[in-house]
Design a protein around this ligand. Structure first.
Ligand SMILES: [Zn+2]
Length: 286
């Protein structure tokens, strides 16, 4: 009963706040948040009974919120480097260029993403230039597209993320190329040595793994997957410590069935459609 009266009184006191105490709430721009001071700051700005004026503060991640997620698609090989050669002579670079351009078209049509390709034509791009494009574009996700080659029996898609053993190599690249990492150091008291890179690596690794799992989940049932389909490797294009990245092997050109279907747009559509849905899901849960 007392509790009920207390609630009534509280409600009443809320209703009777004088009009002068009404605080204009500034309209929020994307990437800003309202911060109410915990204690009332002394000074002429505040009057008795008034609520302190909210302060607008840019969010730490403002730049990321205000823009569309950036997806960098990297068609493997190209130009003088044909990549794997299929049993019927198909060049890997031809398949990767087609699949990458088709995926880019899909993502652009959706209007949700800014899409950057590391190459659009049959040209050779150095590995570190591919990474530089991803980092300069502030990629939220980097997807390198390849088609594999092994014994004739292996077939199906594989998704690779960076292996733990490549961490040292990753650090050396950061140092050699003087990369500046954008890492939130608010929790960090002693940002010395490799801590920056460690922090970036840890975050990026869990994001890459999360995307790989979603991607495999989307691909499964729609296209063939090889057993143990989430694999880890030290591929150079996966080395940026601040860009979540996967390398997708569409299938095996050394397998007649895979080669034949990878040449058809219908099969590539199944794959690029799954990649698009995976990107949507990944971005929704971030
Ligand atoms: Zn390749």
């Amino acid at each position: 009963m007392f509790r009920f009266i207390f609630i009534l009184l509280s409600l009443f006191s809320l209703l009777t706040i004088p009009a002068s105490a009404a605080v204009p709430v500034p309209s929020l721009k994307p990437g800003t948040e309202i911060v109410l001071p915990k204690t009332r700051a002394p000074g002429a700005r505040y009057f008795k009974g008034q609520i302190p004026y909210p302060v607008l503060k840019p969010l730490k991640s403002a730049a990321k919120i205000a823009r569309k997620p950036v997806i960098v698609i990297d068609p493997g090989h190209g130009g003088t480097d044909p990549g794997a050669i299929g049993v019927k002579g198909t060049h890997e670079k031809v398949i990767t260029t087609k699949a990458a351009n088709e995926l880019a078209d899909r993502l652009r049509r959706s209007g949700r993403y800014t899409v950057i390709l590391t190459r659009t034509s049959d040209s050779y791009v150095e590995h570190d230039d591919r990474l530089r494009i991803a980092r300069r574009g502030q990629a939220d996700l980097f997807i390198s597209i390849h088609a594999d080659s092994a014994g004739s029996s292996a077939k199906g898609a594989t998704v690779y993320t960076l292996a733990d053993r490549a961490k040292g190599r990753q650090k050396r690249i950061v140092n050699n190329q003087n990369w500046i990492l954008d890492v939130d150091l608010s929790e960090q008291t002693d940002p010395v040595g490799d801590i920056l890179v460690d922090l970036a690596q840890r975050k990026t690794k869990s994001q890459s793994d999360a995307f790989a799992e979603i991607l495999l989940n989307e691909l499964s049932g729609k296209v063939d997957l090889i057993g143990n389909s989430h694999r880890r490797a030290g591929y150079y294009v996966l080395l940026a410590p601040d860009v979540p990245a996967v390398l997708l092997e569409l299938g095996y050109l050394s397998n007649g069935v895979d080669e034949k279907r990878l040449r058809t747009k219908a099969y590539r559509d199944k794959i690029t459609g799954s990649v698009e849905r995976a990107i949507d899901r990944y971005m929704d849960q971030r």
